[in-house]
Design a protein around this ligand. Structure first.
Ligand code: PMP
Length: 277
């Protein structure tokens, strides 16, 4: 059984790294979606945080499949975490521990369209941390933003970066649609989401123009539709942001079509754009 000392550096100072991965029951069996990409990002996050960790991507994938099999999980969420040994100083720690658990988890943001609000909290400055790493401590920022939004009656927050441009949600990347073009924030102030890059590839495949560029809230307040993407959230349509309701109905939006494509993609099926009647 895995144990953790109460003086471990992750618990006290937030220095640890983790992943969030989904598993789907497909026609060819239980498949971890984008397993390599997730475990590679975990190792990259560890390296950026100066965590010495010797397992390989293949080792971790094998453990993940064993975990699923032993627990009889078919549609599930996997949480690997690399946490540090006991050390109350702020210096590097030599021993890193690995923990992985899995459970059945519905869509993180649920099935209803989201009513979101611009958060008073901004994403951490990329010069104050490695924002591209999935570090435990970064999630205090996400928890603050999400809790503050819910306390004001919204479903979720949208965080800006330190320059006032739109960054991402507390646990998902953000896209908006305007005149048939999709916009999303470029890398730099966001977690480079694996779902974000899947969605970009799917959109490119059906000939949709994607622009990865900085934009302010004003642009969203004139947008046709918008959505969040992430492993846990999958593709979650957004109904409104503060007082602005998106004019294009979710079912008629590019995001909706991409959400259907994403569901096929995770199941390893080909998506047919125009279904024959
Ligand atoms: N941004 C943040 C802050 C996140 O926590 C997540 C979830 N990992 C994402 C974006 C989406 O990343 P992914 O698609 O790789 O799950």
């Amino acid at each position: 059984m895995a144990t953790a000392g109460l003086y471990n550096q992750t618990l006290h100072y937030g220095n640890g790294v983790f992943e969030g991965i989904r598993v789907y029951e497909t026609e060819t069996g239980v498949q971890i979606f984008k397993a390599e990409e997730h475990f590679e990002r975990l190792l990259k996050s560890a390296k950026l945080m100066h965590i010495n960790f010797s397992m390989t991507v293949t080792d971790m994938i094998n453990i993940a499949y064993e975990l699923l099999e032993r627990n009889g999980l078919k549609n599930a969420y996997i949480r690997p975490l690399i946490f540090l040994g006991e050390n109350m100083s702020l210096g590097p720690v030599n021993d890193a521990e690995f923990f992985m658990c899995a459970w059945e988890w519905g869509k993180y943001l649920g099935d209803n369209l989201q009513r979101i609000t611009v958060s008073p909290y901004c994403r951490p400055h990329p010069k104050s941390c490695h924002i591209e790493a999935k570090t435990v401590g970064h999630y205090t920022n996400s928890i603050l933003a999400s809790t503050e939004a819910k306390n004001r009656g919204y479903d979720e927050a949208l965080l800006l970066d330190v320059n006032g441009c739109v960054a991402e949600g507390p646990g998902a990347n953000f896209f908006y649609e305007k005149d048939g073009v999709l916009f999303t924030s470029p890398l730099g102030h966001i977690l480079p989401g694996i779902t974000r890059s899947t969605i970009i590839d799917l959109a490119v495949n059906i000939g949709i123009e994607i622009r990865q560029e900085f934009f302010k809230i004003d642009s969203i307040m004139e947008a046709d539709s918008a959505f969040f993407v992430g492993t846990a959230a999958e593709v979650a349509g957004i109904k409104s942001i503060d007082n602005y309701s998106f004019p294009v109905s979710w079912e008629d939006s590019i995001g909706f079509e991409l959400s259907r494509m994403y569901q096929m993609e995770v199941l390893g099926k080909n998506y047919k754009r125009f279904e024959l009647v």
